[in-house]
Design a protein. Structure first.
Length: 415
């Protein structure tokens, strides 16, 4: 009896020692299993659903190209179609609610391309205005609690009462008459920081002393169309403009003349100031005299003329341009500039057909440049697409293509 009781007491003591040890081991094993499970869930390994990406915009996240075109972008960026079947897609603008408006110049249309479910694809193309005479530029201005939509046609500028909720425009009023057509027939508009309206109107020729005082210029007017006058001159065909987000200066692309060979004159990006003369038709680029056009330009032809800010390969045909905002993009992208090179039509070796990024500091000083989207020009010289307008909204870059009749969406991979 006593021996049995002693054996029982010993076994009980052992049990009391062993049980906590076993429980401790089981607890450690369970924690290790939880940690492994958490690690697996975070990385997505062995999971039926992909892990949420924590990669920052422009990082090494796998790029996606769903266009079916052989387009190349920087690491960390993807591209898709935002809208298709938008023939002759040209200028991109955004209404007060962030909906895209697009001019379809040859179709005489301006359409809205809403994306109400935010899936990165336009729901439909809603006609905003039709039966127009080669519409191109689009701009918005708030008047009191209401909004005015401005549309530039080849022969003038008209305003509409615009309802951002319904995306409907009404009560068309033509406020400015312009000379229509000509060799350069597009008219592009924007508002200066002080509220005045600028209108770009190209020359009626390749190289000439322009007879019409309204051509080969950027004009400026009050928002109601009154007091139309010259803002800057000597601009053969400054098709697109953008306002620098820090300096408030107007930046514009300029298409140089033809028939001087493959490499002259350079196309340009200009910082356009009021009262400046950029030299066309006598000068191009960094105030170089066009001696083929004007072999006897006088003793000091560059006096009072403003040279180009950036020279671009001749015949690249730079069109749309847009600045990145200060935040929301990868490091080093703040205030950078994207420019669409529409591409050459008469160069022996085609050039352009791409989007280029200019690395700028906050004041617009050029730090470098490089290709951003390429692939529309194939190695055999054939052309798939021609980029035109650029719009940056949120974490999306939109690019219109008047050759394929589409709008692309470029976005950070993993978002």
């Amino acid at each position: 009896m006593d021996g049995n009781r002693r054996a029982f007491r010993v076994q009980s003591r052992r049990a009391r020692l062993v049980i906590p040890i076993v429980l401790f081991v089981l607890l450690v094993a369970a924690c290790a299993s939880c940690a492994q499970s958490a690690s697996t869930s975070h990385t997505g390994a062995g999971s039926t659903s992909p892990a949420r990406s924590t990669s920052p915009p422009g990082s090494a996240a796998a790029p996606v190209n769903s266009t079916g075109l052989p387009l190349t972008l920087p690491p960390g960026f993807s591209i898709s179609y935002f809208a298709r079947d938008v023939t002759d897609a040209r200028v991109i603008a955004f209404d007060p609610n962030g909906n895209m408006l697009l001019s379809m110049t040859s179709q005489g249309l301006v359409v809205a391309l809403p994306d109400t479910n935010s899936d990165g694809v336009a729901d439909e193309a809603l006609q905003i205005a039709g039966g127009l005479n080669q519409p191109h530029g689009i701009a918005f201005k708030q008047v009191g609690n209401a909004w005015k939509l401005y549309i530039a046609e080849t022969d003038g500028v008209a305003t509409y009462d615009y309802d951002p909720k319904t995306m409907k425009a009404a009560n068309r009023q033509k406020i400015i008459s312009l000379p229509g057509g000509g060799e350069h027939f597009t008219r592009t508009i924007d508002f200066l920081p002080d509220g005045r309206l600028i209108i770009a109107i190209g020359s009626d020729c390749n190289a000439c002393f322009e007879a019409d005082p309204l051509r080969a210029k950027i004009l400026v007017a009050n928002p109601d169309g009154s007091n139309l006058r010259t803002y800057a001159s000597g601009l053969r065909n400054s098709v697109f403009q953008a306002i620098h987000p820090v300096t408030g200066q107007v930046w514009g692309t300029e298409n140089g003349r033809d028939n001087l060979g493959d490499d002259l004159p350079p196309d340009e990006i200009n910082v356009i100031t009021q009262g400046a003369d950029y030299g066309w038709p006598t000068l191009y680029g960094k105030n170089i005299v066009d001696t083929q056009f004007d072999p006897n330009p006088g003793p000091n032809p560059t006096a009072g003329k403003t040279p180009s800010y950036i020279d671009i390969q001749a015949h690249s045909a730079p069109l749309g341009l847009a600045f990145f905002p200060a935040t929301g993009w990868p490091a080093g992208f703040a205030y950078n500039l994207l420019v669409a090179y529409h591409g050459s039509w008469n160069r022996s070796v085609p050039t352009g057909y791409k989007v280029v990024r200019y690395n700028l500091d906050r004041n617009g000083n050029v730090l470098g440049s490089g290709d951003f989207v390429t692939g529309w020009l194939r190695p055999d010289g054939s052309v798939l697409g021609r980029p035109v307008g650029i719009g940056i909204k949120g974490n999306n870059i939109y690019i219109s293509d008047d050759n394929l009749g589409v709008v692309y969406r470029v976005y950070p991979s993993g978002t």
